[in-house]
Design a protein around this ligand. Sequence first.
Ligand code: SF4
Length: 374
Amino acid sequence: MKKRRYSIPVRVGDVVVGGAAPIAVQTMTKTDTRDVKATVDQILRLQEAGCEIVRPAVPDREAAEALKEIVKRSPLPIIADIHYDHTLALLALEAGVQALRLNPGNLPDREKVIKVVQAAKERDVPFRIGVNAGSLPEEVHKSLREQHAIDRDDRERTADRMVEVALGHCQILEDLDYGAGHIKVSLKATDVPTNVLANRKFAEARPYPIHLGVTESGPVQAGSIRSAVGLGILLADGIGDTIRVSLATDDPTEEIRAAYEVLKALNVRVESPTLIACPTCGRLEYDMVPAVKVVEEHIKALKVPITVAVMGCVVNGPAEARHADIGVTGGRGKGVIFKKGKLYKTVPQAELLEVLLAEVDALAAERSGTAKAG
Ligand code: SF4
């Protein structure tokens, strides 16, 4: 892991992005923004799941106007996601959003961008300059449509163009003395190597915070893997100040869970339990996979960094998971609970999960300082 790259922090509502702030987790709402109740309900669920910044799409005037009520009722800072029409950005500012996302690929008109920047400056609202490889000017994104035919030169060319387009918008803000402290940037591509290249290049070019994501990454399983690879390479490089995992699911809390798993895997931000489980093998001595599911579901609600292990056999399990705070294994009618690799308790197999979950809750309470005295 490389040291985290320095970036000039930006404040999005109460959330600091960049500098020494923790890498923030964000996503988009998947509701129709014009439906205020559905959007606010989803934001509340996202907050519960750990989301810190949320970005509703603003496809039309009605959606922009709905933002007023959404901003009022949202516990999370709102970034209005604007494409094509700069007047929607002006309306979103009037609605009180905490940040604007502009896509330079479809808002190339300098004069229109200047109008938006001037209005944002009056309200001290920052920008995310969000470049997508898929919405670059025609001559470049043609190559990305032929994903499998991409060669290194195409990737270099696309990444260079993405950076150039991002810098063009940065320059507009900088010319208006609204650069440092007001800009964060994203450069997203579906093709992971292109994504990595573009972000590495931008990281060298300007010290603004970088929002990482792999766009259109796919359904939950494949998309989580694609995102983990794309984001993981960059985070290990020290690049990235906020992240989004984009998944084709109607439940955006899955994106939040996946994002935290990426951060946990790199040990960058560990705030919730980590579940480890052996892959099982011919030594498996009990029906372990259902037990993994029960434990996984149970620990979702906990907000403390403990490591729980579910292992397949008594002979190797505890030793293989000795770094876990607490774990279980079983077989031959007996369940074994271990702590840091050492035997802690033996219980009848039938009671194994019940006892483990009670022990996990007790450990979580102790770690979070909520354990009852006496
Ligand atoms: S813990 Fe036991 S069952 Fe699981 S992979 Fe290791 S040896 Fe196999």
